[in-house]
Design a protein around this ligand. Structure first.
Ligand code: 13P
Ligand code: SF4
Length: 339
């Protein structure tokens, strides 16, 4: 297993009064502090259930930009909470565990990205939202998996483009649109883990079940997919499909939301290389627990801070995303490569 998947268990349980009803306390505190709880689909089910809103990266960015709450409790990973702070600088933004990072962010250090950009001055940087605030500040337009293709289609055909940091999403977009983009060599340690062999076995066992996959998966997995899209896109596809069984190639916590919305259907997570689903749980997302959510709401720490010069530049590339992204949910999802 990748060494980065082994995180120490950091639950700060010692600071939690014994016998406390965590859910009741979270509900009391969220009212007292005028806080909104935003959660990504990869959070554990209990956190999804108590959140005010659960969504994909684009939806969560929009919610964070529009909220009138004083405090945003971001149950996701750090780059997502940073987006909330960049778009709503006057709000207090807290993340249950500051170590909730992302392998895509790690794969794209700002200094190396700045050099790469400088070496290609005639290219614009179209950058996936899974990156640091510093990399966003060095980019022209930010995209999410639910908006990338729609945004790409608005750029002139002869515009040279750098796409960072996800080589799988970038490769998928290049294959689907025929655009030749210069790809950064980053990847998601979770989506790289799906096993093609296991997927083929699963398809043979469930020949009528369509496969829905996230575009962070490598091409050998996406080639088997009937639908490719963001987390929300996958959810909506699963709801709209006539099939009663769906094979899901993304982080398995999303299945909780699918089961809530379509309890009569069967959702099967595509296994990883070990034949299990466990290696496809995002270890960064898993750092946020109910206990840490309670503590960060109570103590308003750890807070997300972004230096103002970085924030102002990152806000510009994010604003371009918000202006160019599809207006209606689901409208811009990448879908299936034709043919
Ligand atoms: P979505 O924008 O599809 O929610 O993706 C975020 C992410 O980190 C997937 O790994
Ligand atoms: Fe990052 Fe992958 Fe986790 Fe998404 S699933 S937050 S891309 S490590």
């Amino acid at each position: 297993m990748d060494a980065r998947l082994n995180f120490p268990n950091q639950t700060a349980g010692a600071d939690i009064p014994p016998g406390i009803d965590l859910l009741a306390e979270i509900n009391r505190l969220r009212k007292e502090k005028n806080a909104v709880i935003l959660a990504h689909y990869y959070q554990e089910p209990q956190i999804q259930d108590l959140a005010d809103f659960v969504g994909d990266s684009l939806d969560l960015s929009r919610k964070a930009a529009a909220t009138d709450a004083d405090v945003i409790v971001f149950c996701g990973v750090k780059f997502m909470a940073e987006v909330a702070k960049i778009l709503s600088p006057q709000k207090t933004v807290v993340l249950p565990d500051l170590k909730a990072g992302c392998s895509l962010e790690d794969s794209c250090p700002p200094e190396a990205f700045a050099k790469f950009r400088a070496a290609h001055p005639d290219h614009i940087a179209l950058t996936y939202i899974n990156c640091s605030a510093e990399v966003k500040a060095l980019s022209d337009i930010i995209v999410t998996s639910s908006s990338a293709e729609h945004i790409l289609s608005q750029l002139p055909a002869d515009q040279k483009i750098i796409f960072a940091p996800d080589r799988h999403l970038g490769g998928y977009l290049a294959r689907k649109t025929g655009r030749d983009m210069l790809l950064w060599e980053g990847s998601c340690i979770v989506h790289e883990n799906f096993s093609e062999q296991e997927l083929i076995k699963l398809k043979a066992e469930h020949p009528d079940a369509p496969v829905a996959a996230h575009p962070e998966c490598p091409a050998h997995i996406l080639d088997h997919a009937d639908y490719v899209g963001s987390t929300r896109g996958i959810l909506e596809y699963a709801m709209a499909s006539d099939a009663d069984t769906i094979l899901v190639a993304t982080e398995p916590n999303i299945i909780h939301q699918m089961q809530r919305e379509a309890p009569g259907k069967t959702f099967i997570g595509v296994p990883g290389a070990d034949g299990q689903c466990n290696c496809n749980m995002c270890p960064f997302m898993a750092l946020n627990t109910l206990e840490k959510l309670y503590l960060c709401l109570r103590d308003l720490t750890p807070q997300i801070e972004v230096p103002e010069d970085v924030r102002v530049k990152a806000a510009q590339s994010l604003q371009r995303m918000l202006d160019m992204a599809p207006k209606a949910p689901g409208q811009g999802d990448v879908g299936k490569i034709p043919g």
